[in-house]
Design a protein around this ligand. Structure first.
Ligand code: CA
Length: 167
């Protein structure tokens, strides 16, 4: 049933309409949608997973403006497809589940996560310019993750880190 709940709430970040400069044409900018295939695949982890942290090499960045998609609430650039998807099973023994994004380049990262209930979570600078989102008493289900950049740029080497420990 989590999937149904998520499909309803996913409309929180909807496509925005803007008028292209000069032409008067109205265009839609595609915004992040969890209902898309991922760029860097997915994994399934059971609570208490080992080794912890789980680490995935990927890239950070994109050309979709989060500011435009969130009416200025959040800033950064992502792609429309989730970069990575976690299916999380069980109950975290520490009461926490953290997603962190560490640059392996000069990129200033941002991190966007869509939780199993469809809620959206964002962080820019958690440690230095790197990003992290911490869930307390994390619900099981599907987490969709966007590994973005604060400035508009693409294909910046980075690592997504998933841990139940303190980060
Ligand atoms: Ca940052």
């Amino acid at each position: 049933m989590a999937r149904l709940v998520k499909s309803i709430a996913a409309a929180l970040v909807a496509a925005v309409i803007f008028v292209a400069g000069g032409t008067g044409q109205v265009q839609a900018q595609a915004c992040p949608s969890w209902n898309n295939p991922t760029v860097f695949g997915s994994t399934s982890l059971n609570a208490g997973f080992l080794p912890d942290p789980y680490v995935r090499n990927l890239t950070a960045g994109g050309r979709v403006s989060l500011a435009a998609c969130t009416n200025g609430q959040w800033s950064g650039y992502v792609v429309t497809r989730p970069d990575f998807r976690l299916f999380y099973n069980g109950s975290s023994p520490t009461g926490r589940l953290t997603f962190a994004l560490e640059a392996r380049s000069n990129v200033d990262t941002v991190l966007l996560v869509n939780a199993p209930d469809g809620s959206w979570h964002f962080n820019d600078d958690y440690r230095g310019y790197n990003s992290a989102v911490v869930f307390f008493n994390p619900m099981p289900g599907q987490y969709d993750v966007w590994t973005g950049s604060y400035n508009r740029s693409s294909n910046n080497p980075a690592q997504l880190i998933i841990t139940e420990y303190n980060y």
